[in-house]
Structure formats: structure tokens, C-alpha cells
Design a protein around this ligand. Structure first.
Ligand code: FMN
Length: 326
């Protein structure tokens, strides 16, 4: 069902990618996604080379389905070293996040036969990576969790689809079968999910994070550069709101530095063992739709089944409208 060209390109059953999630999506989530028919993607956002080798091996022990890697470009040396590891480990698919991976890294991976799919926030960025020779792009809107640009998913996806010759996937704000089907209607050949997979049994998050996502409404996120230096949509905790309020009211450099240190204190420590320590995390506006913890397989299966039912309903509505108009 919903077999698109991206399923053939990536060797997956459903056109659903699990977006890489530093601090939330380790080998368990990645393997669960690939086992459920989607594509699991490991993050490498500032992690060590050893961590990447270890994560690839751990995920491969849990599934024999394709496992991809995401590289968040953090300078040329970082990007190229992680690209070389992907070549050495025969990773079949690499996505990139936040910034342009650059021609050299794309070339290294393409020469080795790796399928390269950057996440892009604008048409201009999409055209640039298309010229670098990538295989597809993921157009990610401003409502997404993690690093974001300024354009929302609904206007971004069709503009990227119209501008490019390669397949386009959609990310940002997709929470269920309705969002999935809407993205296909916009011309996307598949979707990438992030925030909804934080609320799964397989996500590598602590109780604070899981409960925060469960309790959020759509207005409980904020875009701020305080956590990583680039614009990230994250959970609007009191510490991040305090930093942003101070920034907007023209606080001094020293005051902003003090508030930044407070906001960053517990960011990036999330794993299943840190027993509620973390109190900062990224999440998108779709968090407002999350009401219970599910398994990754359940989320993917329900998304496909609900989209199929909705698509049948829409077709019936169109038929009935045509008859009524005759
Ligand atoms: C907790 C979290 C961590 C993320 N980390 C990364 C990352 O390391 N690299 C990346 O390219 N995208 C990252 N993202 C973005 C996701 O891969 C995905 O594109 C995005 O979450 C989709 O939007 P949604 O959250 O509305 O579903 C992250 C998102 C979240 C929620």
C-alpha cells in the first residue's frame, strides 16, 4: 500500500522514514522502524567516530533490513570523516541535516554507491544539493522538531516538488494518516517522522522527555538558537523562554550568556539511564497530537491503514459529488 518510487529506491515497504534524532533515537528505534517496513536512520550530530561504528553495529544486530545514517554537517572535517565511515561500513543510505553537506562529502558517498538524501528547508537549498548530485531531498518545514528554517511544510513541499527533478519527501508536522496522505497530495513520494516517534517504546529518552512530549500542546514549542547555536524547535521550557524573553528585550551579552548556560545545563544527556535528569529537549508542533506511548510498528501501521481508509473515503466523496452534479 502506498508503494512509491522511494520504496524501490530505498528497498523499503512503506514510504516512511524515521528522521534521525540525536538524543532520542538510537539503534532500538532505528531497528524497530526498519523492521516495521520504514527506514530507520541513526544520528551522528557531534557524536564520536567510535559511537557511530558502535551504533551501526548495534542496529544491524537487531535487523537485517536497511539501516541508514544521518550526518549533521558540523564543519568539513566532521562531515567528510563521517561520510568515510559510512563508505567503510557499507551504509546504503545517508541523509544529511541542517546544512549543505558539500560537494566533496556527497561525491565520496556517491562514488561508493551510497544513496544520499539531504534534509532541506528552502527551494534554493534544494536546488543546490540537487546540483551536487543527491538522489532525493526531504523538504522539512518550520513546524518540525530539531533544526528548522522559516518556511512551513504546507507551502514548502509543493514548491520544492515543482522546482526539482528528483524525488521529494516531506517532513515537519506529520502525526498520523491524515498528515501522511496530505503530503502525498502535495507531491511528496514519502514522509519523514520525528516527534511522534519520541513517544514510542523504542525511543532512547528518559521519563522527563517522554512525559513532556505526552503533556504538550502545539503551542508548547519555541524556535531558539540557545541550545546549539542554530535555530532549533524545542520544548518551550521556562529556561528557554527566559533566554528568548531576555534576548527580545535587549538584555546584555553577560546576561544572555548566563541564561544560555542555565538553558544548556541539562541538554544532551538523554538516554534511558539518566533517570529524569534531562530537562531540555527538541520537539515539533505535532507533539500536541500525541496522547499515548505506542510501539513504532503501531504508529507506522496505523498511519498507513488510516491513510488508506481516508483515501477511500475521499474517492467515495468525489464520486458522490460527481453524481450529485450530473
Ligand atoms: C529529538 C529530535 C532530535 C533530532 N535530531 C536530528 C538530527 O540529529 N539530525 C537531523 O537531521 N534531524 C534531526 N531531527 C529532525 C528529525 O529528523 C525530523 O526531520 C523532524 O523531527 C520531522 O519533523 P516532526 O518532528 O514534526 O515530525 C530531530 C528531531 C527531534 C524531534
Amino acid at each position: 500500500m502506498f508503494h512509491t518510487e522511494i520504496c524501490d529506491l530505498l528497498g523499503i515497504r512503506y514510504p516512511i522514514l524515521q528522521g534521525a534524532m540525536q538524543g532520542a533515537g538510537g539503534p532500538d528505534l532505528v531497528a524497530a522502524t526498519s523492521e516495521a517496513g520504514g527506514l530507520g536512520i541513526l544520528p551522528t550530530f557531534g557524536g564520536t567516530e567510535e559511537a557511530l561504528y558502535g551504533d551501526i553495529e548495534a542496529a544491524r544486530k537487531l535487523t537485517d533490513k536497511p539501516v541508514a545514517v544521518n550526518i549533521t554537517p558540523m564543519g568539513r572535517a566532521f562531515t567528510e570523516s563521517r561520510a568515510k565511515i559510512c563508505v567503510e561500513m557499507e551504509v546504503p543510505i545517508v541523509t544529511t541535516g541542517r546544512a549543505d553537506p558539500g560537494e566533496a562529502a556527497v561525491g565520496t558517498m556517491k562514488d561508493a554507491g551510497i544513496i544520499v538524501i539531504p534534509v532541506i528547508p528552502t527551494v534554493e537549498h534544494a536546488l543546490r544539493v540537487q546540483a551536487e548530485g543527491v538522489d532525493a531531498v526531504i523538504a522539512s518545514g518550520n513546524e518540525a522538531g530539531g533544526h528548522v528554517g522559516g518556511v512551513a511544510t504546507l507551502p514548502l513541499v509543493p514548491q520544492v516538488v515543482d522546482a526539482l527533478d528528483i524525488p521529494v519527501l516531506a517532513a515537519g508536522g506529520i502525526g498520523d494518516g491524515r498528515g501522511f496522505l496530505a503530503m502525498l497530495a502535495l507531491g511528496a513520494v514519502g514522509v519523514q517522522l520525528g516527534t511522534v516517534l519520541v513517544a514510542t517504546k523504542e525511543a532512547a529518552v528518559n521519563e522527563w522527555y517522554r512525559n513532556a512530549v505526552l503533556g504538550m500542546s502545539a503551542t508548547d514549542t519555541i524556535v531558539s538558537a540557545v541550545l546549539t547555536g542554530a535555530t532549533v524547535r524545542c520544548i518551550a521550557t521556562p529556561e528557554i523562554r527566559a533566554y528568548e524573553d531576555a534576548r527580545m528585550s535587549g538584555a546584555s551579552k553577560e546576561e544572555l550568556k548566563r541564561l544560555r548556560q542555565i538553558a544548556r545545563q541539562n541538554y544532551g544527556h538523554s538516554d534511558k539511564t539518566d533517570k529524569g535528569k534531562r530537562d531540555q529537549g527538541t520537539a515539533g508542533q505535532v507533539a500536541g497530537m500525541i496522547t499515548e506511548i505506542k510501539s513504532t510498528a503501531q504508529i507506522i501501521e496505523e498511519m498507513i491503514q488510516d491513510a488508506a481508509a481516508l483515501s477511500a473515503d475521499l474517492a467515495a466523496l468525489a464520486r458522490a459529488s460527481a453524481i450529485a452534479a450530473e
